[in-house]
Design a protein around this ligand. Structure first.
Ligand SMILES: Cc1cc2nc3c(=O)[nH]c(=O)nc-3n(C[C@H](O)[C@H](O)[C@H](O)COP(=O)(O)OP(=O)(O)OC[C@H]3O[C@@H](n4cnc5c(N)ncnc54)[C@H](O)[C@@H]3O)c2cc1C
Length: 385
């Protein structure tokens, strides 16, 4: 890029937040860094699992985007209504903005309405409102059946529903109601965290089952009758619940539907190393991007990848502008904490771009692993605000 350039970042979740910070630091002051976000607060999503069991309050896991202004990031609070990737123009609440580069980090929209009855029946594990609803119901819960459901086989943070089941189990033990509570996990997928390979998948399944949680893979939910508190699966099986926790279907945000950016997968294809889309100087990072892997599944949707991709795109835009440092390439490295209850967490880490299959190692659950996630949460909300 030459002089007085404008980079527009669409969405201030994990990817957009990192990109805005990095670019503001790396680009000359005269260049503009604009972040457009519809929410007033950034939420650290991994801590929804702690919000759910009452070990965090919402105020502890979010921060105001307004704080970014003092760093020189121009924050526009509004809803993006239109994206023109050819002219690099964006419409926000009726106003038009033009950039020299766009970084699309709009994430995945949650669509519980795709499964009849789901939104009315239970709590969405993936929203703050849903996590608070689970917390409130768990406080009142004395006995009965708690059912967790993944409504589709692929969703962001593939570990989250498994962690949620183990944390709910831990919570019930702490409350001394465990013998009166049945906990079941019905998954649309054939096993936990399939992309990480059969060893990790079996290890996570074992962790869940050793806690007395009944696991039912390959169960695709069809509909829910909230009056009868009954789940109906595609194979005709029906199941009663007293408390329902669900991971909803995901889709690309509405604004992308006719943008020319998404392909038949429903997501934005990108160059796996530069994150550039088929439009020059238009990048897509995080959950909105699709990166096919050799084993036939895409790179999982996770904050760790959104973060790593944001770093690469920001450094390369800065390099193009200033000529400083080197061109970077996203290498598919990722790691994640797996909370298992009892203040312990495992850690899975490795190279998801390795071929023919990702090379991921799992560290057994430990108190140190749990502390690692606590530290990361504090660091994230300090570092980027
Ligand atoms: C319970 C839970 C636990 C998780 N745990 C982990 C974990 O331990 N490790 C991990 O790596 N990942 C984890 N994740 C996944 C992680 O949060 C996501 O993968 C990550 O946030 C994706 O980042 P992103 O920037 O692509 O999208 P997001 O963080 O979803 O951000 C997208 C942003 O775009 C905004 N937006 C969307 N449409 C518009 C519009 N039209 N106009 C304006 N703004 C818009 C949204 O408001 C949002 O802020 C977890 C997720 C959940 C729900």
């Amino acid at each position: 890029m030459n002089q007085n350039k404008t980079v527009i970042i669409l969405g201030g979740g994990s990817g957009g937040l990192v990109a805005a910070n990095r670019l503001r630091k790396l680009l000359p002051k005269k260049d503009r860094v604009i972040l457009i976000e519809r929410n007033k607060n950034h939420l650290f999503a991994p801590s929804l699992l702690w919000l759910m069991i009452g070990t965090r309050k919402l105020s502890q896991i979010q921060k105001s985007y307004a704080l970014l202004q003092k760093k020189g990031i121009e924050v526009i609070h509004g809803t993006i209504e239109h994206i023109d990737p050819i002219k690099k123009r964006v419409h926000v609440d009726g106003k038009e903005l033009k950039g020299d580069a766009l970084i699309i980090a709009l994430g995945a929209t949650l669509a519980p309405e795709k499964i009849p009855g789901l939104a009315q029946a239970g709590h969405n594990l993936y929203t703050a409102e849903g996590a608070e609803g689970i917390r409130d119901d768990l406080l009142k819960f004395r006995s009965g059946r708690i059912v967790l459901v993944t409504a589709v086989p692929a969703y962001k943070c593939p570990a989250a529903p498994y962690e949620a089941a183990m944390l709910v189990e831990y919570h019930c033990r702490k409350k001394k109601i465990r013998p009166a509570v049945q906990i079941e996990l019905y998954a649309a997928e054939p096993g936990p965290m399939g992309v990480a390979g059969p060893e990790i998948s079996s290890a996570v399944r074992r962790m869940v089952e050793q806690k007395g949680i009944t696991y039912h893979p390959n169960h695709q939910i069809k509909s829910i009758n909230s009056e009868k508190k009954e789940l109906l699966f595609n194979d005709g099986v029906s199941v009663q619940y007293d408390l329902l926790i669900y991971v909803p279907p995901h889709q690309a945000p509405e604004v992308l539907q006719n943008s020319g950016l998404i392909n038949e997968s429903g997501w934005i294809p990108v160059d796996r190393h530069t994150l550039e889309t088929k439009f020059k100087s238009v990048y897509a990072i995080g959950d909105i991007a699709v990166i096919p892997l050799k084993l036939g599944k895409p790179l999982p949707k996770a904050g760790v990848f959104a973060h790593g991709e944001a770093e690469v795109v920001s450094k390369n835009l800065a390099h193009a502008s200033t000529g400083k440092d080197q061109v970077e390439s996203f290498n598919g490295y990722g790691e994640c904490f797996i909370e298992t209850g009892d203040n312990r967490a495992g850690i899975g880490k490795g190279n998801f771009y390795a071929e023919p299959t990702p090379q991921i190692k799992m560290h057994s659950p430990s108190f140190i692993g749990h502390l690692g996630k606590v530290f990361f949460e504090k660091w994230w909300l300090w570092k980027w605000f």
